[in-house]
Design a protein around this ligand. Sequence first.
Ligand SMILES: [Zn+2]
Length: 451
Amino acid sequence: MFEELSKGELTLYSILIFLFLENLVNLYLTRRQIFVYETSKEIPEELRDVMKKETFEKARLYGLDKANFEVFKLLVCDVGIATIELYTGFVAQVWARALEVSARVGLNPANEIHVSIVFLVMINIIGIFKDMPFKIYGTFVLEEKHGFNKQTPGFFIKDQIKSFLVGQVLSIPIVAAIVYIVQIGGDYFFIWLWAFVGVVSLILITVYPVYIAPLFDKFRPLEDGELKTSIEKLAESLHFPLGKLFVVEGSKRSAHSNAYFTGLFGAKRIVLFDTLLLNKGLADDSTLADDEKGKGCENKEVLAVLAHELGHWKLGHVRKNIIIMQVQMFLIFIAFSQLFKYSPLYQAVGFPENVQPILIGFLVIVMYVLAPYNTLISFGMTILSRRFEYQADDFANGLGYSKDLGKALVKLHIDNLGFPIYDWMYSAWNHSHPTLLQRLERLKATQKKDR
Ligand SMILES: [Zn+2]
């Protein structure tokens, strides 16, 4: 039967088969976790003193809702729509429209860069329509139902428009440059491509927190006081080049709490989510809802969380991740340079013979041809990330924050209505952080060793 298939069709079927297998694995693992949500009725022993039966039940139902929604999305988007799109040559149809639109808006349809830009914008707009029902349901039905949604429809719409516009402003010049570099770069264009994308990504990492993140969220400097002084002391004792300390109003978007630091070179800024800080529910703070009072961490616990974050810095985790990312990109570009002239790749997504746009080749190779490789790498990165998390916990532990870190992890987990029990396979495949119970166990074990 295979003799009757063209190479393009064979490529298409290989892509579809891998896509199907990958989704099958995801579906199976999520089903396993759903089984855990459905059958776990007992609070784990370690949490019995701190987690109320009522909270446990709430977290269970929240987790169950999220997992079922995940399955629905996977079946509709990742299996249904993706298969139909591939099968009907959707990408080639959009490209054909992009040619027409280019002529209509006064661009040159014979110029591949012009058409690529129009194609990119069109694909992104289509993507918005595909994602929107899920985003709206996720935010205004699912998160709302469990008390996490803090967005008004007005804020949501503005936020979506802003992120679309920022996305276009950033991606259009980058894609144009990539196509141009491939066009003029000669046989070794992948080296230029790598250098360009490498520099751009470093610039973005530097520019993003200072100029782009404030477009979406409100940042205010952390007020003077005990917390600020003790953070400064902690940073100084570790020789951390602390620039500014910010609090971000994360609660506008959602109530999930966090803390992070940014900045590659020179002074770094630490950002605390306001949801990390303790909501004392003071009488004068009338903006605080009843269910927000008492959420968040005491100062000592905030410091423990920061000790963990600074552990990531001290142990070079950010640098290591950036190096891995750069090596990754180099390998991907080499693979692209070797494969992009192979015409069945273009026929697989519906293009006629001899039409081989660079951007399409790039997307097909990175998204589909390298999909098995990407899956392996991302699994490897998940494992590495969990190692880094343990190391950062160990670091905080070494500074004497073991108890406070444990308490903070429990509190943040409960504030976020995280469910404490996970299927081991689901967790191994999906979680970038060890689970709460794993981290508590490790903190306890290593603390004992010190004594
Ligand atoms: Zn961490």
